[in-house]
Design a protein around this ligand. Structure first.
Ligand code: TYM
Length: 329
């Protein structure tokens, strides 16, 4: 019997993290590590499903690892590693691919969206990406997977693949549950509050990157698209304000009611500036710690090497069992 639940999650190292990544996922990861056995991964193998400059990917992967530590992931408490350092992920991918249907993968909304975005490079990796992700999760017999709402469909597929494998070959995998936070599971674009905040947005004002300086952050919030009403309240149809209130709540801990009272009688301008300031103040210590961690290459390498060793020793056990179950000699 496991005494603590196992948590696994990952993030792609494509540029620095967005406020969406932070509020929807990474912030929850730091809280969970106090209570559970947590494993966090920089998903660099997922990143090459879209064209990457190799030198930039290498640098972004190291920086993403430093940023994970800066956000509060403690390598003494959690296992933090880089996906490609543990070859079990690639091997498990193949085993699980043979228990995944073409039709299931065709229904993934992220595959459809990314194919539309990169019509000249609809590669097989982009298509089978959710299988690699299922392997990430199942290799560690994870109980909970803390993610933003956009990953829910991939989690459901992971559960289906695991159940199918268990039925075909006999019990092996723990069936994981998604862990999606109540506030901030879907942080929206500041320029189009009906679509998700995404680092690939062409409009630089749509997305906050967590290492941006205070002035830039405040400026972007001041330009955020809202509505023609003037009253700060959380209500249907007020997507822009709802998004800003959600972000404000995530960084200050204030409820929607408290925020409505705080800005009673004040205009949107005051509110937007306050949100920008609160976000920038919340992120300031992360920027400082990032500067320290990213300058210490030896420490980073030590942490990710140890992380990969620990991750591999767990993953290897599950992979060996899977190999035996499917009948490999
Ligand atoms: P990625 O790198 O796109 O995003 C990392 C995490 O950030 C969340 N997120 C958001 N949450 C709220 N609002 C937003 N606007 C927003 N944008 C991103 C994502 O939901 C995610 O939790 N496939 C994954 C990485 C991955 C993974 C895994 C996750 C690889 N293997 C295994 C969990 C388990 C991805 O591309 O996340």
């Amino acid at each position: 019997m496991k005494d603590k639940k196992i948590i696994l999650s990952g993030i792609q190292p494509t540029g620095t993290f967005t406020l969406g990544n932070y509020i929807g996922a990474v912030r929850n990861w730091t809280k969970l590590q106090e209570e559970f056995d947590c494993i966090y991964m920089i998903a660099n193998m997922h990143a090459i499903t879209v064209r990457q400059d190799p030198a930039a990917l290498r640098k972004n992967t190291a920086n993403a690892y430093a940023l994970l530590l800066a956000c509060g992931i403690d390598p003494e408490k959690s296992i933090a590693f880089i996906q490609s350092h543990n070859r079990c992920h690639a091997e498990m991918n193949w085993v699980l691919a043979c228990s995944t249907q073409f039709g299931e993968l065709s229904r993934m909304t992220q595959f459809k969206a990314k194919s539309e975005k990169h019509p000249d490079d609809i590669n097989a990796g982009l298509f089978t990406y959710p299988v690699l992700m299922a392997g990430d999760i199942l290799l560690y017999q994870s109980d909970l997977v803390p993610v933003g709402a956009d990953q829910k469909q991939h989690l459901e597929l992971t559960r289906d693949i695991a159940q199918r494998f268990n039925q075909k070959y006999g019990e092996l995998f723990t069936i994981p549950e998604p862990y999606i936070g109540e506030t901030g599971a879907r942080v929206m674009s500041l320029q189009d509050p009906t679509s998700k905040m995404s680092k690939s947005d062409e409009n630089p004002n749509a997305c906050i990157f967590i290492l941006e300086d205070k002035d830039t952050i405040i400026r972007k919030f001041r330009r955020a698209v809202t509505d023609s009403d003037t009253c700060v309240r959380f209500a249907e149809g007020k997507d822009g304000i709802n998004n800003l209130m959600t972000i404000y709540s995530a960084v200050t801990g204030k409820t929607m009611d408290e925020t409505e009272r705080e800005f009673d009688g004040k205009g949107y301008g005051d509110f937007k500036t306050a949100v920008g300031e609160a976000v920038a103040d919340h992120l300031a210590p992360i920027r400082e710690r990032y500067a320290q961690f990213s300058a210490d290459k030896a420490y980073l390498e030590k942490c990710w090497t140890e992380g990969a060793q620990k991750a591999e020793s767990i993953a290897r056990r599950t992979l060996s069992k899977a190999y035996r179950k499917v009948g490999f000699n």
